[in-house]
Design a protein around this ligand. Sequence first.
Ligand SMILES: [Zn+2]
Ligand SMILES: [Zn+2]
Length: 363
Amino acid sequence: MTDQPLLPQSLPRPHKKQGLPVELPALPMTVIGWQGIRCVLPPEWNLTSFSMERENGYIRADAPGDTALTVQIRWQDASDTERKIGTLYDVFAPKVRKLFNRPAPEQKPPDLRRLLDKVLKDAAKSAKKAGAGFESSTRPEKLEGDDLERTAIPFSWLGGGRGQGKIWHCTKCNRVVVAQVIGIARDGGQVQSVAAGLFATLRDHSADTLDLWALYDLQVKVPVTFRLHQQQVMSGHLRLVFLRGGEMIVIDRWGLASMTLKKFKLEEWLAANVTVKLKSMEQAKVILQSGHEAKVFSGRLSLTDRLKVFRSARGLARPLAVRFEGGVWLCENENRIYTVQALTSRKTTDLWKLVADTVMCCQ
Ligand SMILES: [Zn+2]
Ligand SMILES: [Zn+2]
């Protein structure tokens, strides 16, 4: 099994399709989901860099082959964009308000024009470095979204490369998002068509209580209350670890399943890759939404295992995980093995099935 890191730049580019139209009917579109942000891009695009933070972060996705086309999405909590740092008033006002039971003052909407100016200044700076001229244009502010929750300003620039993008504030999740498609100057048509697809599909918050996490053909949904804690993105192995207090969800996907299964049974593979002992746990077979049959182990965590989980969650405290539910299944069509583990408190029920059912495969 090959396990080279895929990030940041060393992505596999197995199928060079240069010169062929981007919209090949046989290839599925690329779905990207990260920290509540999600979008659909043309086939074979890949997430090439991302940040771990939820409140203030970015993702970048690149086109396949040798083209310079790239999509960059940055987001920030709107209260961060307007925060004045360090005045005593800022420190004490919330406490005083709490003391007198007064509501926080209504937040001013973020100054999108000012934030956009900064984006364009940065683009101008790199154009200048490259010795190119720079011109940009912005369109009037408009309301968008299913419930007109977004105030958006579309923009474009040309200089060195070219970019087409949009900045907006969403009143539902209070995020300020800047998204743009960037290419070389002569990529005009392609930049435009990728931007059209991007902005038709880009969402900055989940419509329900589950976030879509999608990268490298892995698609899974996790409750929005969980935060990404660790990731591992290798060519043969993807792992996402989420925490909510001391509760934990671990999702793994391995490639080259047929080779692995020459040496291990599925349940042995699970046992080798979980932090807890499966021996005394209850076993069951569960049919998932995808149609795959999972072997599932569940039971109370031993004291030793609880300590291990507590430590790997960096003692993030409550609620403590006391139960384990972990399952493994094979997707023969994709030649992949999936495992999902849920380490939960007494109160949380059915989390494993909820998450495992959302894993998409054999599409
Ligand atoms: Zn939103
Ligand atoms: Zn499958």
